[in-house]
Design a protein around this ligand. Structure first.
Ligand code: ATP
Ligand code: MG
Length: 558
């Protein structure tokens, strides 16, 4: 990261940790990142990863990676693998082995038996719909299930038989016996086990009952002796249940749950379920489509881990709404790339220029450094020749006021080369400009022209030296800031039809052997990254535009 990377920003969770360390409540901290392997991670998860792993780093503690694998139907090895890759790619390493909630299935079962023995859990035979009815509403208290007062012996027997597979899926559940009149609906005897015959990615068909998230999560945290269990605000109302479960059981620790606000980014989505819909309905090419806000999508687009980490540092941690402009994320990526990406020239919309006074052997080429601030990046020759490509929109026959690029009779500086004048415009029968005839001022290589000022500088390529390149230009994926804001409409209606444009352009031969994921600044155009899937060094060059050089978001919005 550039010198702009800064010290951690203080926030309320850091304050809590520092107080706990100062008071001796904890001598070190243990955090965890607890994803469900039911999809690829997105930029919101990046916030949580950077928070949990970042705190462990800053306070010399540890951070576990624990999969919350309690919903076998939706979970897969592919997702679990991708999540580990994403965490590594962001620059973090978890403590020890990957952990799984399923590692604790037997212990969780025994804890449930313990609750039953204490008279604090019971097997309920109500149907899901009846249970909903009995639960009541925010304004009406719930009423007890007719099965609530079953004896401990009967509950132990039924629960054992649930595990043994004697009952159909959904026929019975185990519920915590807390308070059907609680103002907090989460405490109205929540289900803690359900029957589900589904193949599990790790335990196979060993179990036909699965513990519910709220019950599993707090016990897993306690078994791992997590000190600070950080989660998003929607779990605030679940905290009393988290604490209730741990208060009943003899677990090795009682972690403190602390909630912070979810990150939401304008013009995109931060919900795995909705991102999955974009994939399954083929609105994007996959979870790693560079338009996706997934970590793998951002990676493929060319975002850097350093840029994403800096972004999560800048947006901060709090309990207030965290809706952020894409411009903030792009700004962080741009700043990072500005310092580290070598610069070369590419032409996206080529227009051919013939240099009428080019003299072979006399008209010279120049050497150019790959980065103005980093001579150690090296340099290459930028070959000049009789025919060059320039960017079509760097030429205008009827330029607007203040135009500093090429126009008939006007002059412009070719980057790292001569000052060139446009002498003649060639058009096809439809009036479209197909070629320009220009001449160079031979006395302007590396020096200013005599007696006049030439302000404009444009990029260009020698046609005989340039290499063809497929360039993928990305725009925002949605046309509205909050695509899922209108509950009466499907967010897919707001997909931006122009979010991807593929063009055939040209690029300097200097990038010929660039490995996939190599990043460059294409001068005046933006930052680009060799596609990690389709780019083949030396054979087929494919570059994704990561971000433009200037912020195009706030300008368009403002
Ligand atoms: P989604 O709603 O996208 O499916 P999730 O919360 O169900 O996300 P999990 O796999 O359970 O996904 O999330 C793992 C961790 O990441 C949780 O601690 C969760 O709070 C956190 N997290 C998820 N989304 C965000 C977000 N938008 N901002 C910050 N943290 C998030
Ligand atoms: Mg979740």
């Amino acid at each position: 990261m550039s010198s702009k990377a800064q010290a951690p920003v203080s926030h309320f969770i850091r304050n809590i940790i520092e107080a706990d360390l100062a008071s001796g409540k904890h001598s070190g901290i243990v955090t965890r990142f607890p994803p469900e392997p039911n999809g690829y991670l997105h930029v919101g998860h990046a916030k949580s990863i950077c928070l949990n792993f970042g705190l462990a780093q800053d306070y010399h503690g540890q951070c576990n990676l624990r999969f919350d694998d309690t919903n076998p139907e939706k979970e897969s090895d592919e997702y679990a693998r991708s999540i580990q890759d994403d965490v590594h790619w962001l620059g973090f390493q978890w403590q020890g082995e990957v952990r799984w909630a399923s590692d604790y299935f037997e212990q969780l079962y025994q804890f449930a038996v313990e609750l039953i023995k204490q008279g604090k859990a019971y097997v309920d035979d109500l149907s899901a719909e009846e249970m909903r009815e009995y639960r009541g509403t925010l304004t009406h208290a719930g009423k007890p299930s007719p099965y609530r007062e079953r004896s401990v012996a009967e509950n132990l027997d039924l629960f054992a038989r649930m595990r043994a597979g004697e009952f159909a899926d959904g026929a019975r559940v185990l519920r915590a016996k807390i308070d059907m009149t609680s103002g907090n609906i989460n405490l109205r005897d929540p289900a803690i086990y359900r029957i589900r015959r589904a193949h599990h990615i790790r335990t196979g068909d060993q179990w036909c009952i699965y513990p519910m998230y709220d019950y599993t999560h707090c016990i897993s945290d306690a078994l791992e002796k997590i000190t600070h269990s950080l989660c998003t605000l929607e779990f605030e109302d679940h905290r009393p249940l988290y604490d209730w479960v741990l208060d009943q059981l003899s677990v090795p620790s009682h972690p403190r749950q602390i909630e912070f606000s979810r990150l939401e980014l304008r013009y995109t989505l931060t919900s795995k379920r909705k991102l999955l819909q974009l994939v399954t309905d083929k609105h994007v090419s996959g979870w790693d489509d560079p338009r996706m806000p997934t970590i793998i999508g951002m990676r493929r687009r060319g975002y850097t881990p350093e840029g994403i980490r800096e972004f999560t540092r800048r947006i901060g941690i709090s309990k207030s709404e965290n809706v952020v402009d894409m411009a903030v994320l792009e700004g962080c990526v741009r700043e990072d790339l500005e310092a580290r990406a070598p610069r070369v020239m590419a032409v996206v919309h080529p227009l051919k220029v013939v240099i009428s006074n080019f003299v072979a052997g006399e008209s010279a080429s120049r050497e150019a450094g790959f980065h103005p601030d980093h001579p150690q990046f090296g340099s290459r020759m930028v070959p000049f020749s009789k025919e060059i490509w320039i960017e079509a929109d760097d030429f205008s026959e009827t330029p607007p006021p203040g135009w500093q690029r090429l126009t008939p009779g006007g002059e412009v500086r070719l980057r790292y080369s001569y000052v060139m004048r446009c002498d003649e415009v060639i058009k096809d029968s439809a009036g479209k400009v197909t070629e320009l005839r220009c001449s160079i001022d031979a006395d302007t290589l590396g020096k200013n022209p005599v007696g006049r000022k030439v302000k404009g500088v444009i990029h260009w390529l020698s046609t005989e030296h340039a290499l063809p390149v497929e360039i993928r230009l990305y725009d925002r994926l949605f046309t509205v800031p909050v695509p899922d804001g209108d509950k009466t409409r499907d967010f897919c209606e707001f997909i931006n039809p122009a979010s991807l444009t593929v063009v055939q352009g040209w690029v300097e031969a200097a990038v010929r052997d660039a490995a996939p994921e190599t990043r460059y600044q294409f001068e005046r155009l933006g930052y680009f990254c060799a596609d990690r899937i389709d780019h083949q060094p030396g054979k087929k060059l494919v570059f994704n535009r990561t971000v433009t050089l200037k912020d195009s978001w706030t300008q368009e919005q403002g």
